[in-house]
Design a protein around this ligand. Structure first.
Ligand SMILES: [Zn+2]
Length: 237
């Protein structure tokens, strides 16, 4: 009996809360979505998947040809301006929408699960943010993606083994000629965390020029992992 009373009370409280904090689909505005979700089923189905996790030599891998020797690289969704994917990424980066990060991470986890080349990943490594940014935003969006991936693939542990020293102007990152500079200045390796001999998957929210992941590769390779792969939630076309 008490269980029933509890369930009614919870239902009542949930609907009361819903009045003030409705769970609205980011895509179409429908307000009857599941609490843990950011999109309704129709909008989830409409997401522009790249299919790259199952394609060898895909467009994201090609970005790194002649730059760094990554094992596999893939992005989950195509990113275009004024799109739903842009809305989700903006929500994650600038509007404190942590659920967006976890949900995108889960979708990435499902893609990794189906990806033959990614079956031998040992660790997930998030791209770090500076301390300053972390104070302002209170969370690292790449770490949230890793947590989402881990929900689907619980055997993958997260090794937060890089630090970002200071904010780097995008222009500097984009200048591939300054590669040496990037390696020295952007990321620092936490030598306490062992990744030697492991296949690590570096996770980030979005890839444009590939400069951030390239810098991460150059930092991580010093710790002698067996191989390094990249996965991002979105890919700018
Ligand atoms: Zn919707």
């Amino acid at each position: 009996m008490w269980r029933k009373v509890f369930s009614y009370t919870k239902e009542y409280l949930d609907s009361f809360k819903h009045l003030f904090y409705p769970h609205i689909c980011l895509g179409c505005g429908l307000d009857t979505i599941v609490k843990e979700h950011i999109l309704c089923d129709e909008c989830i189905k409409s997401l522009p998947h790249t299919g790259f996790f199952e394609i060898k030599e895909n467009e994201v891998e090609k970005i790194f040809w002649g730059r760094v020797d990554c094992q596999v690289a893939a992005s989950l969704l195509f990113f275009t301006k004024e799109s739903l994917v842009q809305k989700i990424i903006m929500g994650l980066k600038y509007q404190q929408n942590k659920t967006a990060g976890l949900h995108l991470g889960e979708l990435m986890g499902i893609a990794i699960q189906k990806s033959a080349p990614m079956q031998y990943i040992d660790y997930l490594v998030p791209i770090p943010i500076t301390k300053q940014k972390s104070k302002k935003r209170t969370y690292n969006q790449s770490l949230l993606l890793c947590i989402g991936i881990q929900k689907i693939l619980p055997h993958l542990s997260i090794q937060d083994c890089m630090k970002k020293n200071k904010a780097t102007p995008t222009q500097t990152l984009q200048n591939r000629l300054q590669r040496e500079n990037i390696r020295d200045n952007v990321f620092e390796l936490d030598t306490q965390k062992q990744i030697k001999g492991k296949h690590i998957l570096v996770v980030d929210d979005i890839i444009t020029t590939g400069a951030t992941l390239e810098a991460a590769f150059l930092c991580l390779v010093a710790a002698k992992p067996s191989s390094i792969s990249f996965a991002t939630a979105a890919y700018t076309i």
